[in-house]
Write a protein that binds this ligand. Sequence first.
Ligand SMILES: *[C@@H]1O[C@H](CO)[C@@H](O)[C@H](O)[C@H]1NC(C)=O
Ligand SMILES: *[C@@H]1O[C@H](CO)[C@@H](O)[C@H](O)[C@H]1NC(C)=O
Ligand SMILES: *[C@@H]1O[C@H](CO)[C@@H](O)[C@H](O)[C@H]1NC(C)=O
Ligand SMILES: *[C@@H]1O[C@H](CO)[C@@H](O)[C@H](O)[C@H]1NC(C)=O
Ligand SMILES: *[C@@H]1O[C@H](CO)[C@@H](O)[C@H](O)[C@H]1NC(C)=O
Length: 504
Amino acid sequence: MAISLRLLFSFFSIVASVSGLTPAQWRQQSIYQVLTDRYARANGDQSPCSNLADYCGGTWKGVTANLDYIQQMGFTAIWISPVVKNPIIASNDLPPDGNSYHGYWAQDAYSLNPKFGTTADLKELSSELHSRGMYLMVDVVPNHMGSVSSQTAVDYSLLNPFNKQSYFHPPCGPIDYHNDTSIKQCWLGSNNVALPDLKTENSTVASMWGDWISSLVANYSIDGLRIDTAQQINTGFWNDFQNSAGGIHTLGEVFVTDAKTMCPYQNYLHGLLNYVSFDYIRKAFQSTSGSIQNLVDNVNTMKGTCHDVTLLGSFIENHDNSRFPSIVQNKDIVLIRTAITFAMLQDGIPIIYQGQEQEYTGSDTPANRAPLWTSNYNKTANLYLHIQNVNKLRTWAIHQDATWLTYNAYPIYNDTQTVVMRKGYDGKQVVGVYSNSGSSGATRTITVSSAKSGFTAGQKITEGLRCQALTADSKGNLGVVISGGSPSVLYPTAGLAGSGICGL
Ligand SMILES: *[C@@H]1O[C@H](CO)[C@@H](O)[C@H](O)[C@H]1NC(C)=O
Ligand SMILES: *[C@@H]1O[C@H](CO)[C@@H](O)[C@H](O)[C@H]1NC(C)=O
Ligand SMILES: *[C@@H]1O[C@H](CO)[C@@H](O)[C@H](O)[C@H]1NC(C)=O
Ligand SMILES: *[C@@H]1O[C@H](CO)[C@@H](O)[C@H](O)[C@H]1NC(C)=O
Ligand SMILES: *[C@@H]1O[C@H](CO)[C@@H](O)[C@H](O)[C@H]1NC(C)=O
């Protein structure tokens, strides 16, 4: 098992001395989101963290030492927390905001966060990833800096390189999300921790960020960027910033759930975190009365609204939101598996947030950021194995036909509790059957029509999650039994020869 998995996942191990992946090269990746402070301690200490609002002790060395866990689940890349130096607050003096363990309060963009390790440690993580044929995405925050003070008491001299008040917008706020100027210029943060908002529309500020990102990417051989609070930055900023980063892929955070507001940002950024699908997938599968119709409508709308949905990041959990199981009816594992499968096989780059594979359930921040080490990195956990399977199927589909990645998935059947999605050309198509009927749902049979699925008369089809052998009828139609609400992932059996999937 371990050997065949390694072989399968190594099809994309273009062992790179070159750093940096283009947007097109990121399409085929599968990303595991690491919260650096919460993934692994360097000394292997797995005792619980005494205060989730404070630093818990995770480091880059800890991540480097525990990459097998991620790679064996089928991921080809990690996204790590912001790496730069933040103000570190004494543990006995934490404000309600907690400490800077997440990394989003930059103080010195030219120093690393000493809690996470040294320059050598971060370089080692990067080179260890590359030697495994994996890639590094780093979270960056050009919108603001951080100051442990009120908005009016910021000591600008502590900030580097933006060490003068004139680099920043005057404080205003709270942000009015109906007013674009307010979104772009007013400050995030609180009365205890101010997040001074940079004048990113100023050419001096923009070129200072340009110098910084090109240096950061070069120093640590970074392959891609996750960009925090991208909606809060003037759209004119991105062209030069992305060019300074060498054209590597970017996933910008535009935390809005309607396509008409989110998609236009992709006219400026290579990619976005797909918050529209975050919302429609969660709403569709969180309960037996979730809205499949809303999902279907949004899938169809987004294709015509976003520049390229296949370059977006597809996820249902991250560090800023309640864990999906915390909102799922009865924490039903079948609904959770269904949502994960849908998110990983729709258009875009799958992203799984650490702890998702261990069925973590935290709701509010910081409960949604519990350290991974208390799970004991269990590689036989139900969802660990499930995610590994789905990564395997996706990797194989791409290996069989790289254009699978740019074929836009679309619903070929839907009713109030079920959606069937197709992605891929005839003979290489993945057909997913997803229901929100849940583990106690009645057994039903859905007929997937040949005209929509592209399956042919008598064609042998493998259901890849449970390894069922199916055969299309004499017209090419295929009956798929939904039992206990389980999702099905269908692929032509002939195309699986040599994959090791389901013993083929
Ligand atoms: C940009 O900011 C710099 C530094 O604060 C300032 O000297 C310059 O006048 C600003 N430029 C514009 C066009 O506002
Ligand atoms: C929008 O926000 C800006 C910045 O706070 C403010 O100056 C402006 O008056 C606001 N416009 C409206 C229409 O509220
Ligand atoms: C990159 O490394 C050089 C040489 O050590 C250093 O001067 C520079 O500040 C580093 N850049 C960043 C963004 O850390
Ligand atoms: C890992 O998870 C599986 C499935 O839930 C469970 O049976 C097993 O006991 C766990 N192993 C450890 C070491 O926690
Ligand atoms: C499936 O979705 C389409 C597009 O939104 C809708 O028109 C149709 O009524 C749905 N079918 C069923 C059976 O709900």
